[in-house]
Design a protein around this ligand. Structure first.
Ligand code: ADP
Ligand code: MG
Ligand code: MG
Length: 883
């Protein structure tokens, strides 16, 4: 095995594609060398050496020492210097560099090779004593900090003390002699702290730094970062050792960082900062205020400090040329690091630059239009999840934030409104055109109408998967959940926030992007769905195979989804249509009825309302497919709870409150999610399914009459485990269809299918497919039933599971491909075998999750269905999965 790869002087042993072996930094340094760009020569110790190091009790492969020595000699030959030789002093930097850029790894050590003797040589060499001692003290600080584990503060303290007593303000004010004094103080302090002197031997320094880079792969910060970003431990890190160039050699030297395009707006203009007479991370460290690189940026920023363009025009022009060359070469916006040593430009790093979602869109579209990338590549470059930020109003970054408290960023976007403490208040306010934020300790299914009416939701309890969070995300409403420092006091009708008592009607703003709760109305930026966004969506549409439908039952949601480009409804949950106003009374009447006759009487009241709902959805969807699910939840969700509600229903039913209370108790279930719900309701009370089917078919006929084109409704039976359940319910649906056709004389095409949401259904999918004309994978319930984990109770332990490494991801957010996914795959195969061409879709929350969508493409589903706000995300993810 070859452990070391050299680069320098127009040649390199590695290249950009060797990222896995050389890390991102090393691979790109090699590539820049091969392009003939000015890069200080150096070498990279491979990630394989790092892995060997860990596999062998933190020791090095035998050949490594020799290869490093040889590479150092090579660097010496290219620079005309020798490491450790005061006569021809070669100093190096030691830089870590994993495959993926990873904060948390070891910081860079600069000026390595300096000691009490060589510092004199550096002074003589450069003719600049001040520079030499400044470099030495920097080296001591960095080395002690990152290799020897001494706290940075120790040195800061000494330096600040000295500066104060000398009356200096800036580090650059210190003279050579003063730096020598500081260094003496540093060294004394090091001996005191570590019990031994600062290492003087350059070889010892070098191997100390290499070892520190490798060790930092397993430090706590790096481990945490890897866990959060799904970076495997097995990748390892590389070490780059590179000849030093100096940005701190006086007024004609500088160091800086730049992006080839603006990383926050995407605008095509070089964007960056630099400092004169500085080294390494001074620019980002904020020791002095950096200067703009271009004149245009300086003017825009209103800065009176000269730009690089003005100050060092030759180096600037060279840098501009190299930047655009690198951008063209990598075909992406680059993040660059450079140093100018006495007027000569050196490149120290290039990589693809991080950018905001907005900038990512603009850059991708611009580059496609410039011919730098293809449209398919432009589509592939956008992180689908990042679109979420763009679909909602956001707080103007320039706005002043008066923070009242902070919770979890449960659903993105920002919203402003008056505080209300109940869902009824929210609805009343909305009815008279006022905007409100619904503030609750936590929400429950009974708050749906209030959540719909509110601009945003704030809860003081509950996590990212609490009811409020899940429902708000589904509705696309901003939500901050679990804001524990706020307190709702229902007795006094106040929201206590940092000692202030806010009352109903007081205006607050919530930022679902970061969890902040802010005082008053804060200026917002509206989402921009045209322009670059529209272009990317159009290109994604061209590349996509799977259709993208939406989960929607209200006209507002359906319209919103259409505006985002939904291609039909994949899940219309009819129960959500039974909560509003008078409907809930009729619904309760139906549930609490003792006899079929009474049930039918109540259902007759619901029929016209359902029909009107469906008609409106059919009209909005204008001929696109609409899947309607028959009543699914356990009935207890509809039952009256307060005495007031019981009295209201009792009056409507003309029975006593006592009798009603008895009936309610009789309907109690121990585990309603596994109880009397789904198709089990339709088996017990077929008249419910009949009413719903009739409403669907009558609406279809009417929609057809109005639009001249018949819709093809897809009637979906939930929670089927046995084919006989489906057979039984389908017979009722067919009967209703037949009746409506006879009554109207209009022929109706329709499909009857089922959700696959029980393991048994997946296993018996071939048999079920003999009856079912389509499958829709209800992966929320399928996850619950496969894991035997109740989604509503999972929050309390899934987080612990994540922390302890038992699960990597919440299976309710990203599909558990190995387990639940295996059932999906099995059912898809069996379904197709029994009924070739059977329509297959997914309607769980996973239908909007990019990783899950990739899996759906792989299994060959026909469509995914997700909440309206995730439609663009799903379209983009589906396009990426298809190419
Ligand atoms: P990070 O990964 O934190 O950016 P780097 O290894 O890129 O760390 O080093 C940080 C900075 O140190 C670079 O931007 C550059 O300014 C400086 N630096 C690194 N190596 C050298 C070198 N050989 N000569 C001069 N400066 C260097
Ligand atoms: Mg750093
Ligand atoms: Mg860097």
């Amino acid at each position: 095995t070859k452990w070391v790869y050299t680069f320098g002087d127009g040649a390199a042993e590695g290249r950009a594609s060797d990222r896995n072996l050389l890390g991102g930094k090393g691979a790109n340094l090699a590539e820049m060398c091969s392009l003939g760009l000015p890069v200080p020569p150096g070498f990279t110790v491979t990630t394989e050496a790092c892995n060997w190091y860990y596999a062998n009790g933190r020791s090095y492969p035998a050949a490594l020492e020799g290869e490093v020595e040889e590479a150092l000699n090579h660097v010496g030959r290219l620079t005309g210097r020798r490491f450790g030789d005061p006569g021809k002093l070669l100093l190096v930097s030691v830089r870590s560099g994993a495959r993926a850029s990873m904060p948390g790894m070891m910081d860079t050590v600069l000026n390595l090779g300096l000691n009490d003797e060589t510092v004199g040589a550096l002074a003589a060499d450069s003719g600049d004593e001040r520079f030499a001692y400044d470099s030495y003290r920097r080296f001591i600080q960095m080395y002690c900090n990152v290799v020897l584990g001494l706290d940075h503060e120790v040195f800061e303290e000494i330096l600040e003390d000295r500066k104060a007593s000398l009356g200096h303000e800036l580090d650059t004010d210190l003279t050579a002699l003063e730096w020598q004094e500081v260094i003496a103080l540093y060294k004394a302090r090091i001996e005191e702290e570590l019990g031994k002197p600062f290492p003087q031997d350059p070889q010892e320094q070098l191997w100390g730094a290499i070892g520190a880079v490798f060790s930092s792969w397993m430090n706590a910060r790096a481990i945490t970062y890897r866990r959060l970003h799904d970076i495997p431990e097995s990748w390892g890190t590389a070490v780059n050792v590179q000849a030093m160039v100096f940005g701190n050699m006086g007024e004609t030297s500088a160091t800086g960082v730049a992006f080839t395009r603006n990383p926050s707006t995407g605008e095509k203009s070089l964007y960056g900062e630099f400092l004169v007479n500085a080294q390494g991370e001074d620019v980002v460290a904020g020791i002095r205020t950096p200067q703009n690189i271009t004149e245009a940026a300086r003017i825009a920023a209103g800065s009176d400090k000269p730009s690089l363009q003005k100050l060092m025009p030759d180096a600037f022009q060279n840098f501009v040329d190299i930047s655009s060359r690198l951008e063209k070469h990598y075909r992406d916006m680059q993040d660059l690091e450079f140093t100018i040593e006495r007027g000569k430009l050196w490149m120290l790093q290039t990589r693809s630059g991080k950018r905001t979602a907005k900038a990512a869109l603009k850059i991708a579209v611009d580059m496609a239009n410039e011919g730098l990338v293809t449209r398919a590549e432009a589509v592939a470059r956008i992180d689908p999840a990042s679109l979420d930020q763009l679909l909602h109003p956001t707080i103007d970054p320039k706005a002043k934030r008066d923070v009242l408290g902070i919770g979890l960023p449960a659903s993105p976007g920002a919203a402003t409104g008056e505080i209300v403490f109940s869902s009824d208040e929210a609805e009343e306010a909305k009815a008279v055109g006022r905007k409100v934020i619904l503030v609750r300790v936590e929400t429950s299914p009974e708050d749906i109408h209030g959540m719909h009416a509110a601009e945003g939701i704030l809860t003081t309890r509950g996590g990212m998967t609490s009811h409020a969070a899940v429902v708000a995300r589904g509705m696309g409403k901003p939500c901050v959940s679990g804001a524990g420092s706020l307190r709702v006091d229902h007795r006094t009708g106040t929201l206590m926030a940092m000692g202030t008592a806010l009352k109903k009607g007081d205006v607050i703003t919530i930022d679902g992007g970061n969890g902040q709760v802010l005082k008053g109305a804060v200026p917002m930026l509206q989402p921009e769905l045209s322009g670059d966004f529209a272009a990317i969506m159009e290109w994604a549409d061209a590349a996509r195979r799977m259709k993208v439908r939406t989960n929607a039952e209200t006209p507002a949601d359906a319209r919103m989804a259409r505006s985002f480009g939904a291609e039909g409804i994949g899940l219309c949950r009819t129960e959500h249509m039974f909560f509003d106003g008078q409907r809930i009374v009729a619904m309760r009447e139906m549930i609490l009825a003792d006899t079929e006759k009474d049930r039918r009487a109540a259902l007759a009241k619901l029929l016209p309302m359902q029909r009107a709902d469906f008609l409106e959805l059919f009209e909005i969807m204008a001929g696109l497919p609409v899947t309607i699910r028959l009543l699914d939840p356990p009935l207890h969700e509809f039952l009256p709870k307060t005495e007031e509600e019981i009295a209201e229903v009792a009056a409507a039913m003309n029975v006593s409150a006592d009798k009603l209370r008895q009936r309610t108790e009789a309907l109690h279930e121990f585990n309603p999610m596994l109880g009397h719900r789904g198709c089990r309701l339709a088996v017990s009370y077929p008249e419910i399914a009949e009413m719903q089917a009739r409403a669907i078919f009558e609406a279809a006929v009417e929609a057809g009459r109005k639009a001249g084109q018949l819709v093809v409704p897809e009637v979906m039976v939930p929670l089927v485990g046995l084919v006989k359940e489906l057979d039984y319910v389908k017979a009722r649906i067919d009967q209703a269809a037949k009746a409506v056709m006879e009554e109207t004389g209009v022929h109706i095409d329709y499909l009857v299918g089922t959700m696959i949401e029980l393991p048994r259904a997946a296993i018996r999918a071939n048999v079920i497919a003999e009856t079912a004309e389509f499958f829709s994978f209800g992966t929320n319930d399928l996850t619950q039933t496969t894991f035997g984990i109740s989604r509503d109770d999972a929050a309390s332990f899934l987080e612990t599971y994540r922390h302890k490494g038992i699960i990597e991801q919440d299976p309710f957010v990203s599909l558990d491909i190995e387990g639940v996914g295996e059932l999906v795959r099995l059912a898809a195969e069996k379904g197709r075998a029994a009924r070739p061409g059977i329509k297959l879709g997914i309607c769980g929350e996973h239908g909007g999750d990019p990783a899950s969508i990739r899996f759906c493409e792989e299994v060959g589903l026909d469509y995914v269905s997700c909440s309206p706000f995730r439609v663009p995300i799903a379209k983009l993810a589906a396009a990426q999965a298809a190419v």
